[in-house]
Structures are given as structure tokens and as C-alpha cells.
Design a binder for this molecule. Structure first.
Ligand code: NI
Length: 270
């Protein structure tokens, strides 16, 4: 027993860090507060609420103010950039000055849908990357079916030294190596448990544990065995299991190291 009420050395519970969630989504309208209140008991210590539009960026700021263990990211996802103006970029820059806003994102390119056009997506991706550079903030990159253009734009407009994450990494081992070499992190979520997630398993094998971070993308991308249901950060235990198995290490090590990685990336003191 420890008279000061502290647990002994080595017994300190390691907590999961969810680097990417959307709890202000309407999927959580009924039970958001109850769910967030249950996180610590479920072993989830920190969550970053990620903006994906103008309104969800406002929401991310609000949620980060409301909960001590929730931080926020501000940015507009490629599918929503047609609503942006130069003033929106200035507003995002202003928001990065908030103490609990830890990144610019999610920003990037998504060629899965052809609307907005690639040209429009590129323009606002570049402007938001430049804003992050100016404000010296890490970035959260969303990139789907756009590997080459994403890399080309980042080569020109990203300040690699500020760091960031390729969220829901979906590209090849070769592409992963390029970002890892730049010091970026790869966001690993439910897809690593999917039957068709083989490519991501190879990426996890290749990448050093020190450059992986856990993410849910809640309410989306729920891991097996709950695939198809609403996702939340407690489900990350399944992602932890998958990474532990792929790398042949303990679950505790996965949780501990990815937590440190996330704090380093978002510059949150422990
Ligand atoms: Ni997301």
C-alpha cells in the first residue's frame, strides 16, 4: 500500500490518447456528455476534437473549453472548402492562439468525390498549410485517392519542422516511408482491424512505434468486432490489440508510447 494514495512505480495506469475524433457530430447528440464523462474510467485519458468545417471548428473550440481532457484542432476538410474565404483563413489563424487548440486540421485533398473540384481543394489546402506554417502549428492531413498531389503540395507549402499526422493513413509502405522520414506521424484507427486492411498492417509493421498515433475518427471507422456501429474512443482497445499483435509487443507499451507520441506531436505537456 502507498500511504500517499499514489500507486507504486510501474503501476501508474497508462491512458489511451485519441488524436482524432468528432464528438460534436450529431451521432452523439443524445448521450455526448454521459459518454465523455465515462472516458477516464474506460482508460481514455485525452481526446482531440478535430474541426472539419467552419461550424465543426467552432464546435471543437467549444468542446475543448468545456472538458479539461479535450483539446481541439481547427481547419476545413477538402469536402467543405467551397465555403471558405480569405477571412476564414484569418479566423482559423486567430483560433490557433487559443491555449487548447493544438493543430490545424483536418485539411487536405479528397479525390474520392469530384466536388469541390481538385483545383478548389488544392487552393484551400495550400492556404491552410501556409496558415499553419505562419502560426507554427502542427497539421492534421486528410488525404484520400490523392497521394501524389498531397505530397507535391506539402513539399512546397508544409513546414515539416512543425510536424503533424497523416490521418487515417491509407497509402503504400513506400509513401509511408516518405512521411516517416520527414518526422511525421501516421494515424492508425479501426481500418487496421478490417479484413481489407492488409495494406495498413504492412505500414504498421514498417513504421517505428514512435511515429504511430491512435485515432478513432469517431463516429466513423469503428474497429472489428463492432464495425458498422457508432465509434467512440473506448473502441481504441481493439486498435491497440491489433498494433500489439502486429509488432509483437504488449498492449501497455502500445498505449504508453502512442500517448507520448501524441503529446509530443501536439505539444501537450504531460
Ligand atoms: Ni476526421
Amino acid at each position: 500500500m502507498f500511504p500517499d494514495g499514489q500507486s507504486g512505480k510501474g503501476m501508474v495506469k497508462v491512458m489511451i490518447f485519441d488524436t482524432h475524433a468528432h464528438y460534436m457530430d450529431e451521432a452523439f447528440a443524445q448521450d455526448r456528455d454521459e459518454l465523455l464523462a465515462s472516458m477516464k474510467d474506460a482508460g481514455v485519458g485525452t481526446i482531440v476534437e478535430v474541426g472539419a468545417s467552419i461550424s465543426s471548428t467552432k464546435d471543437a473550440v467549444a468542446l475543448s473549453r468545456q472538458y479539461d481532457f479535450v483539446y481541439g484542432a481547427v481547419g476545413v476538410h477538402p469536402e467543405d472548402v467551397e465555403h471558405m474565404t480569405p477571412e476564414t483563413v484569418e479566423w482559423l489563424k486567430e483560433l490557433t492562439k487559443e491555449p487548447k487548440i493544438v493543430a490545424v486540421g483536418e485539411i487536405g485533398l479528397d479525390y474520392y468525390y469530384e466536388d469541390p473540384t481538385r483545383q478548389v481543394q488544392k487552393e484551400w489546402f495550400i492556404r491552410q498549410l501556409e496558415a499553419a506554417k505562419e502560426m507554427k502549428m502542427p497539421v492534421i492531413i486528410h488525404s484520400r485517392d490523392a497521394a501524389q498531389d498531397t505530397l507535391e503540395i506539402m513539399e512546397e507549402h508544409c513546414d515539416w519542422s512543425q510536424g503533424g499526422v497523416i490521418h487515417c493513413f491509407s497509402y503504400s509502405v513506400e509513401m509511408a516511408r516518405i512521411y516517416l522520414k520527414k518526422g511525421f506521424y501516421l494515424g492508425i484507427g479501426g481500418v487496421v482491424t478490417f479484413k481489407n486492411g492488409r495494406k495498413l498492417v504492412e505500414v504498421v509493421k514498417e513504421a517505428p512505434l514512435e511515429q504511430l498515433v491512435l485515432e478513432t475518427d469517431s463516429p466513423y471507422l469503428t474497429p472489428v468486432p463492432n464495425r458498422g456501429k457508432r465509434n467512440d474512443s473506448r473502441q481504441l482497445t481493439h486498435v491497440v490489440d491489433a498494433i500489439a499483435q502486429i509488432k509483437g509487443i504488449s498492449r501497455e507499451e502500445v498505449i504508453r508510447v502512442t500517448e507520448q507520441n501524441a503529446r509530443r506531436m501536439y505539444r501537450i505537456r504531460g
